[in-house]
Design a binder for this molecule. Structure first.
Ligand SMILES: C[S@@+](CC[C@H](N)C(=O)[O-])C[C@H]1O[C@@H](n2cnc3c(N)ncnc32)[C@H](O)[C@@H]1O
Length: 257
C-alpha cells in the first residue's frame, strides 16, 4: 500500500463514485454479479411473495439491475451519486433510476424485493440512519416482500486485511485495493480504497476513505427484528447455508412483517 516516488497522490472522500466513476466497473471486474443476483432470486422464491417488482438500493452502475431485468423482473435502482446512475441508465435503458439517499427514500408503488449489495447498507454511516434505512425499506415493501443485503460484523474486522487487483484499461494500468478499518469501539468504521493509475511515466494515486456504520450482527438483528423475520446466512452465493455464528461476513434475507 506504499506510494511510489514520482507519484501524484490525492486524498479524497468519494472519488470512486464521482470523478472516477468511469473506473468503477473495472474495480469490480472480478465480482460475479450474475451469481449474486441469482442467489437472491432463489431467496425470494423461498421467503418472499412471488412478485416481480424489484428495487436495488445503492445500485451503483446497475450491474444487478441488469441481471434482474434479464431474469424477468421489473427492476429499478436508487443511488445517491448521479455519475453512478448515469452509467446505470446506459446499462439498463428500460429501468427507472432515482437519485436518493437510501436512509430517507420514498417510492410511488411498493415493490416485492429490495436488495442492497456489496456491503452498501453500511453507507448509512450511523446507527440512527441505519435504523431509518430499515424503516424506509419496510415502508417501501409490499406485503410478504423481502429485503436482502450483505453486511460485515464490526467485531470481526481485521484492519490488516485488504484485497487488491490489477486491470488494464485504455487509460492505463490500474491497481485497486480496499479494506475495512475499525478502531475497536463506537459505531463508525471506514472503507479505505486506494486506486492507482499508471500511464507512460506518470502514476496517480487516489486514497478514498468512506465513513460507514459499524454494527455487530446481534445489534443488526435487533434493529431488523421489529420490521422483519430475519434469516442470517453464510456469505456464499452458491449454497444457502445458515450463518455459522463465526464468519465476519453474512447475508441477510428479511421478510416483511
Ligand atoms: C460499493 S458501491 C456498490 C454499487 C453496487 N451495489 C454494486 O454492487 O456494484 C456503493 C454505492 O453506494 C452508493 N451510496 C453511498 N451512500 C449512499 C446513500 N446514502 N444512499 C444511496 N446510495 C449510496 C454509492 O454512490 C455507490 O454507488
Amino acid at each position: 500500500m506504499r506510494d511510489l516516488p514520482n507519484t501524484q497522490v490525492s486524498m479524497s472522500g468519494n472519488a470512486l463514485y464521482t470523478d472516477l466513476s468511469g473506473y468503477y466497473d473495472l474495480m469490480c471486474a472480478d465480482i460475479d454479479y450474475q451469481a449474486q443476483s441469482h442467489c437472491v432470486q432463489r431467496l425470494q422464491q423461498l421467503f418472499g411473495n412471488g412478485g416481480c417488482h424489484h428495487l436495488d438500493l445503492a445500485c451503483g452502475t446497475g450491474p444487478h439491475v441488469r441481471h434482474f431485468l434479464d431474469a424477468g423482473y421489473s427492476s429499478s435502482g436508487l443511488d445517491i451519486n448521479q455519475p453512478m446512475l448515469d452509467r446505470a441508465a446506459l446499462r439498463c435503458p428500460e429501468a427507472r433510476f432515482s437519485c436518493q439517499d437510501m436512509c430517507t427514500f420514498q417510492i410511488e408503488q411498493p415493490v416485492d424485493l429490495i436488495t442492497c449489495f456489496l456491503y452498501s447498507i453500511h453507507y448509512s454511516a450511523s446507527i440512527e440512519r441505519l435504523t431509518a434505512c430499515i424503516a424506509s425499506v419496510h415502508a417501501a415493501l409490499a406485503s410478504g416482500g423481502v429485503f436482502c443485503f450483505n453486511a460485515v460484523d464490526k467485531q470481526r474486522i481485521d484492519n490488516a486485511s485488504f484485497v487488491s487487483h490489477s486491470a488494464q484499461h485504455g487509460d492505463g494500468q490500474f491497481r485497486f485495493s480496499s479494506g475495512w478499518y475499525y478502531r475497536g469501539e463506537g459505531e463508525q468504521q471506514a472503507l479505505r480504497l486506494r486506486i492507482e493509475r499508471s500511464q507512460a511515466q506518470k502514476t496517480e494515486v487516489w486514497h478514498d476513505e468512506h465513513p460507514m456504520v459499524a454494527v455487530s450482527f446481534s445489534e443488526l438483528q435487533a434493529l431488523l427484528a421489529p420490521y422483519f423475520e430475519v434469516q442470517v446466512l453464510e456469505h456464499d452465493y452458491q449454497r444457502l447455508l445458515p450463518w455459522d455464528g463465526q464468519s465476519g461476513n453474512a447475508f441477510f434475507a428479511c421478510t416483511r412483517r
